[in-house]
Each structure stands twice: as C-alpha cells, then as structure tokens.
Write a protein that binds this ligand. Structure first.
Ligand code: NAG
Length: 227
C-alpha cells in the first residue's frame, strides 16, 4: 500500500490523540452539572441542567481570598475550585486551586491523572519540582525538574507527572494554580501506597521499596491525611 496513506493515517491518529488527550470540547455553550445526588445516570462528566434554569450563580464561587487551614501534618492546604464547587465548569476542561503553606509546609508528591497544572506564587518562597516518566533507556533515571520560586513566578507541572511544592521560607506562602480539567483528580503518592484501604500486601511493598517489613509496617501505621 501507498506510503502516503500510512503517513496520512499516522498524522490523523496523532492529531486525534492530541485533541482527545484532555477533557473533551463542549458541544454547546455550557452544560451546567446537576447535583450528583439527584442524578440517576452516570456519564463521563456530569449531566446537564436545563439551560432555561441556569443562572449566573452556576458559574460562581466565593471565598478564595480566605487562607486554607494548614494545621495538619504536612503544613499545607489545597482549596479546590472545580466542577464540584462550580457546576458551570462541567465540560469546560479547566479548574483552579488555592494552596496555602505554613512555614516549611509541604504539598507532598502527588499527581493529577487528568490535568496539566500552571502555578503562580503570590506570596513566599517555594521549592517546586516534577519528575519525568521512567526513561526508555535503562541507563537513564527519572529526571527531576526543580526550581525555587518567588512571588510572581510561574511554573508548569505536566499532566500525570509526580510533583510537589515545599515552602522553604520562614513565613507563610500562597499560590494559585489553573488545571486543564474540570475534575483533575489527585493521587498523593504516600497516601495511595501506604494508606490505601484495605492496605496493599506487605510482601508487595517490601519488594517494591527494597526495605524491611518493619519499615513498611511503620509507614502503613502512619496517619495519612489529604491536605
Ligand atoms: C484548623 O484545623 C485544626 C485541626 O483540624 C483545628 O483544630 C483548628 O480549629 C482549625 N482552625 C481554624 C481557624 O479553623
């Protein structure tokens, strides 16, 4: 068969996978989500409220000026503003968070399975970073991309990659971030691996982390909370 056919097919499938890599494009002006509890069917996203009943409040959230409570073991708090807070975000592929950090507070290593994140520091100093996927060449390592950010600095965490922010300053820090999904999802690595319910088999974790059973038992015994 013609090489141009294959080339064309390859380009088309590449474009398709690019455009379908994130939340789908909306097929109408808006599709304001109805209350989950009242929905009788599940779709990929949420079902739409009758457009005649939609009002400005469906696109509105108030209170992001208020600091989150950072009194927890990691010393940070994420305040999300996604489709669960603003039903009008349904199908629009975007959301927002505010993150507060106590002095030396940490937003621990985590991933967003459905979103790239772009973060701006508005106060304080943050050490941030993300780690690339496992390399195809066995001689290479997962690569850390890291930077110290100050007020006004912006950093990007690509979709799905493990990332963190650590307040290295003696004062509190504040950041806001946009995420390329109405519902980015969060997987906090330590919580998912050591705090799952029910727990992952100790045999699995001792081999995966190459440590003694006692270390795994100690980690599984910690009180893992989401910030
Ligand atoms: C912050 O959270 C801590 C721990 O849950 C709680 O004791 C404290 O009352 C909270 N502070 C405020 C201002 O809500």
């Amino acid at each position: 068969m013609d090489i141009r056919f294959f080339l064309g097919f390859f380009i088309l499938t590449s474009i398709y996978s690019l455009t379908s890599a994130s939340d789908p494009s909306p097929l109408q002006d808006f599709c304001v989500a109805v209350d989950d509890a009242k929905a009788s069917v599940f779709v990929n996203g949420k079902i739409c409220k009758n457009p005649n009943l939609v009002s400005a409040d469906d696109f509105y959230f108030s209170g992001l000026n208020k600091p989150g409570n950072t009194s927890n073991p990691v010393g940070s708090r994420v305040t999300p503003v996604n489709v669960n807070q603003i039903p009008g975000l349904n199908t629009l592929g975007i959301s927002l968070v505010r993150v507060d950090y106590a002095p030396y507070g940490l937003n621990p290593p985590h991933t967003h399975p459905r979103a790239t994140e772009i973060l701006v520091v508005v106060q304080g100093t943050l050490l941030v970073g993300f780690v690339s996927s496992n390399p195809s060449n066995p001689n290479q390592k997962n690569k850390l991309f890291t930077k110290t950010l100050y007020a006004g600095d912006v950093f990007v965490f690509p979709e799905g990659l493990i990332h963190f922010q650590f307040n290295t300053g003696k004062t509190k820090a504040v950041a806001f971030a946009g995420l390329s999904s109405q519902n980015p999802g969060v997987i906090t690595i330590a919580n998912a691996v050591f705090g799952s319910q029910p727990p992952i088999s100790i045999d699995v974790l001792t081999k995966a982390f190459q440590v003694d059973k006692n270390v795994v038992q100690y980690l599984q015994g910690q009180f893992w909370t989401n910030n």
